[in-house]
Unconditional design. Structure first.
Length: 260
């Protein structure tokens, strides 16, 4: 696995997409931090960018990468290389390349903007750490879809539909339910529904650290009581980690039965 990981990582570092992904985040970070009225406002704008772009790029690039490397996979599997070692090496290389492009691309401008004091460590850790987990979860979903769906067009379409559902439609459906059943106590239901979507988890965690929960009214107060505590933060991060672990475990389970 180590040899596959190093080979794929070198290939990805030569990829134009990874370089462009890093430069885009670097330019967006410096631009938004420079022209925002406050550093918190700049970070809030970056959060909106991350919530939209990170899942899209991770799931699309992950799906295309898996399909385009099918020939390489078949060639390597003809050698004395196990399936798990091959796919784990590819997945780890892609995860590390995207995580570095994202983390360094936004980490450098945010630290330069003044988020380098002790009080800002937790905020940056939640923002960047949650963004990296967001990339990893959608990469795991991308690999699972590409392994399950043989046809490239159907697999790519499935990835886009899943991204659309988690980023846009999920929140719309949740808002409709909360509005329609507003006369009932839905505190636990709301928190449970948030835990089922990694995009919402990243949004809520960063907003809680920015003290922006007051903008969400009663719902913000509910979130503050749970996600504003240490238990809430660890629970949310644990849920985001599960969004990485469960699709990965399902991927390797299906891999054992896959006929290449």
């Amino acid at each position: 696995m180590r040899a596959v990981f190093l080979f794929c990582l070198k290939d990805l570092f030569r990829s134009r997409f990874i370089g462009a992904y890093f430069l885009f985040h670097l330019a967006a970070g410096y631009g938004l931090m420079q022209f925002a009225p406050t550093s918190s406002a700049g970070l809030g704008a970056l959060l909106s960018l991350v919530l939209f772009l990170a899942p899209l790029c991770a799931i699309v690039f992950g799906t295309l990468y898996f399909y385009q490397s099918r020939g390489f996979q078949e060639l390597m599997l003809a050698q004395p290389v196990s399936r798990k070692a091959l796919l784990a090496g590819q997945g780890l290389a892609l995860s590390l390349a995207l995580s570095l492009a994202f983390g360094l691309g936004l980490g450098i401008p945010t630290v330069a903007a003044g988020f380098n004091t002790g009080a800002d460590v937790l905020l940056l850790a939640v923002f960047l750490g949650g963004g990296i987990l967001l990339h990893l979860s959608f990469l795991a979903l991308a690999f699972l879809i590409a392994l399950t769906v043989e046809d490239r067009l159907r697999g790519f379409s499935t990835s886009l539909v899943l991204w659309l559902m988690l980023v846009f439609l999920y929140d719309g459906g949740l808002l409709y339910i909360l509005t329609y059943f507003s006369d009932y106590p839905l505190d636990r239901f709301t928190i449970g529904a948030i835990l089922l979507n990694p995009v919402d988890l990243e949004r809520i965690l960063v907003l809680m650290q920015l003290d922006a929960s007051v903008l969400l009214g009663y719902t913000g107060a509910v979130f503050r009581r749970f996600f504003g505590t240490a238990l809430g933060i660890f629970t949310a991060l644990g849920a985001m980690i599960l969004w990485v672990v469960l699709p990965t475990a399902l991927f390797f389970h299906r891999l054992e039965k896959k006929d290449f």
